[in-house]
Design a protein. Sequence first.
Length: 308
Amino acid sequence: YLARKFFYLWAKMTFGQVIPSKARCFYDQKILHKTFGEWKEQWRVCREKQLSLRADNHYRHLLLNLVFKAWRAHVCQQQGKRNKCYVAESHAKKQALLRTWLHWLVYVDVQRTKHGMQSVALAFRERSCLRISWAVWRRQHYQKCSGHKMNILALQHWAQSLQFRAWLQWRELYLHTQNEKQKDTRAVTHHQHWELRRCVGAWLGYLNLHRVKKQQNELAQEFHRSRMLRRCFSDWQLSWECRKRMRAHQRDLEKQAARIALWRVFAHWKRYVVLCVEEAQQCELAEKHYKYHLLVRALLCARWEGLC
């Protein structure tokens, strides 16, 4: 019982208030926290890669959509042109057929009148005995028929010339409107392509700047981490050499002080306890410095995420 009691007192004076199991648990927690931080950084990098791939897919889909819309507008325009040409051709055919039908009706009426007049003239000639009157009447009738034919032909030629002139004016106006529409559509598509190219260039510049800043931050963090590791390693090496020298010196003193009194042994033990307490204080200071370093890194990461 006394040996266990003095062993607990010696362990408490040697290791301080923190027992080895708690120190080991704290060390495992710190290792786990550091591993989680590295995993979170890798996950953020993978997330940025996924976002860049989604942006590329969205840009490709947008270009395909624009090309499809332009192709559909071109097809609709060509179909409208074909429909208008078909309507114009059918209208021209109907007008030509209508003119032919009207000419044929006029010709039939003229032939009927001619036949009637000829039959009347023959009957009159049969009934009349005066050949001179018949000749005069026949000459006058021929003159009237030729004059009527000339008038009908002049009217037909005038109507055809008016229709042809109106069709030429309509064709010029239609071609002018189609050219204006094509110019407007080309201007709109050119403006859209120029705006899209400018937006894509600005977005690529922003991505390059963001990547450069991220690389600079990673290099700074790596430099700071290597510097801290180098400093901690140098401190640990100095302390280890100090411990080694102290242990060697202690072994020499134990070999040489085998016959020294109990108070000399107590004095050496007290000195060893003081050194352990100082080491525990150094460990506490190192943990505080490490917590402060983690807090600074978390604030810097939060600030960079806010800026991004």
